[in-house]
Design a protein around this ligand. Sequence first.
Ligand SMILES: Nc1nc2c(ncn2[C@@H]2O[C@H](COP(=O)(O)OP(=O)(O)OP(=O)(O)O)[C@@H](O)[C@H]2O)c(=O)[nH]1
Ligand SMILES: [Mg+2]
Length: 702
Amino acid sequence: MQETRLAVLDGLVDNQALPEIMKKIITRLEEIHPEMCVKIEICDEAFNGNLFRLSLAAADLNVFSEKSASNGSNSPVSWSIPFCGSAGEILGYFHLTYLRPRQPSASELKLINEFACIAGLAVTRIHADTTLRQAATVFESTREGVIITDLEARILTVNRAYTDISGYTETEVRGQNPRLLQSGRQEPLFYQELWASLRENGHWQGEICNRRKNGEIYPQLLSISVVYDSQGEPSHYVGVMTDISQLKQSEAQLEHLVHYDPLTHLPNRRLVQSRLQHAIERAERQGQRVAVLFLDLDRFKNVNDSLGHPAGDELLTTLAQRLSERLREEDTVGRLGGDEFLIVLENITEPEDAAGVAQTLLKLLEKPFSLTTSRAHVTDELLEAGIKCRHEVYIGVSIGISLFPDDGRTVTELVKHADVALYQSKEQGRNTYRFYTPTLTAAANERLALEARLHRALANEEFVLHYQPQFDTKNNALIGCEALVRWQSPEEGMISPLRFIPIAEETGQIVVLGEWVLRTACIQGKRWLDAGLSPLTIAVNLSGRQLQQRDLVQRIALILKETQFPAHYLKLELTESMIMGGGEQAVELLHALKALGPRLSIDDFGTGYSSLAYLKRFPIDELKIDQGFVRDIPGDQNDMEIAATIIAMARNLHLKVIAEGVETQAQLDFLIRQDCYACQGYLFSRPLSATEFARAILKKPH
Ligand SMILES: Nc1nc2c(ncn2[C@@H]2O[C@H](COP(=O)(O)OP(=O)(O)OP(=O)(O)O)[C@@H](O)[C@H]2O)c(=O)[nH]1
Ligand SMILES: [Mg+2]
């Protein structure tokens, strides 16, 4: 017996597997009682008891059947005797089978009980070992950092995850107080509450900022529990920590997506509206004003069209930076979408404060934006040479301002009214700001009414063409005229094209209107020719929308055929941005138009962002300097330089230049000095009706 006990203990010390040890017990028992066949069944699933039992049983069955055959017996008797752990729990069974039916004797039972004790001891020990090993594996392999301290909070041990998270090795922290991890971000009160909770509930859990060895501060979810000994007395603390910096980061990213504009990283419409809501509430309490500034870039479409969408994006991003840098901490700037921005100004006492900010913003845009041009907008030669094109771009912004509580008390009202005021800024020349006034709303309503009337006007033939003559600057000879559409409304009288053309552009009615203008001008030109008046070129504007029509060339060919107006007396005016952004297609379209016979002119030249090299590829005859550059001659040095440059550039490209909006002799003198080919403007004549034109201009020798 003693021998067996020693053998088992040896096995345990040598870390032998349980089946080995059990085998020893079985062998020993069967040696003592050769007529007995022994099987051991272990209950604990953790030992894979099923497998163990099967393998032993299979071996024993062979033995058993041999023994049973040699003895000629056919009714063996079996006994099952349980063996238990220290707490009396059943760990397994000894199954005894006698080759001849009989009951175990008292001495046999005593012996089996003693062997059961030894088996129990082996199972319990191995069980404990396994549990410990499993716990140790969990401790080492878990992704949570674990830290065990004594009751004085001295660190006893930490796991690998802890060293990974904190950056400290176990040796560095052993014996230390976890205080060494503190970030300094938590108030002393925070720690007082933590200890109080540990004392009262034996547990604390929460988020805490700690410091890694490299100084980095990171958020973690920490759970501390008191460990009690077998007497129920506290013996240790165990802290389990999860590094949640990744989680926090994802949370922050999500928050960013929901509330911020991905392009400019400014607050989006949702966030800026919520900030405005809070600003309104604060202002209400403090008796202050809030100003809402609605910004929309001027002719931003030109940038996209001429330089490409990525360049437009670059401009928006740079602008967003400029705006944010310039505003105060308490102000909010957000992007509503497209080229629209909203600014909320708090602590405003007088409307002038808001006007001051608006002026500052306009000033911000006096500096040009330097943009990289996309591939489609540089020529192949440049690309081959590996030259990256950067463009200096000036852009204006129009601003509408509404004030709380003066112009509205809710977010919706304030934003809507700022938008109405913005529209007014656009109407009144752009690159400026306007405050909301109730009359502006009336104007907005009127605009809607105008849109509806425009539909009828086309059907009712309320439009007429006026003709403004163009003269050779050198000899004052009449070289042609521009056909300009006028709306003679039965209700309102003459409506300015500045009012209805933008609406017609937006609604698409410009296509029908543009075609009507072309046809009418051709009919008129043919009439003048037939009347024997001196032939002249008639210029007609084509809108961007018309250029997008797939059958534009055929349509124009048809009009020329129907009206019998000679194509070489027709001049088509296209705007710069319309063709600059059109790529190869625009080149093809212009060649097709040109093949019909008319001359081609680029209108509003200087307002877009033409690439000189690109311009060469279009079959253009003429550039028209935008009246914006002519208006301030000779006062504005800048404008004069631009006009002079355009003229010089056109000369190099062998293009003619015509200046529009010439109103004063000084302007004309300047243009003559620069060798500008032709002029058009009030200095010579305002646009005239066909009859007036024929009478005053065509017959007048100039
Ligand atoms: N590059 C770029 N362009 C955008 C984006 N969102 C909208 N746009 C363009 O921004 C332009 C906004 O046009 P509008 O403000 O209506 O017109 P505009 O040309 O600026 O002229 P006005 O505002 O009337 O002076 C449109 O051409 C849009 O295609 C964007 O995220 N990136
Ligand atoms: Mg705009």
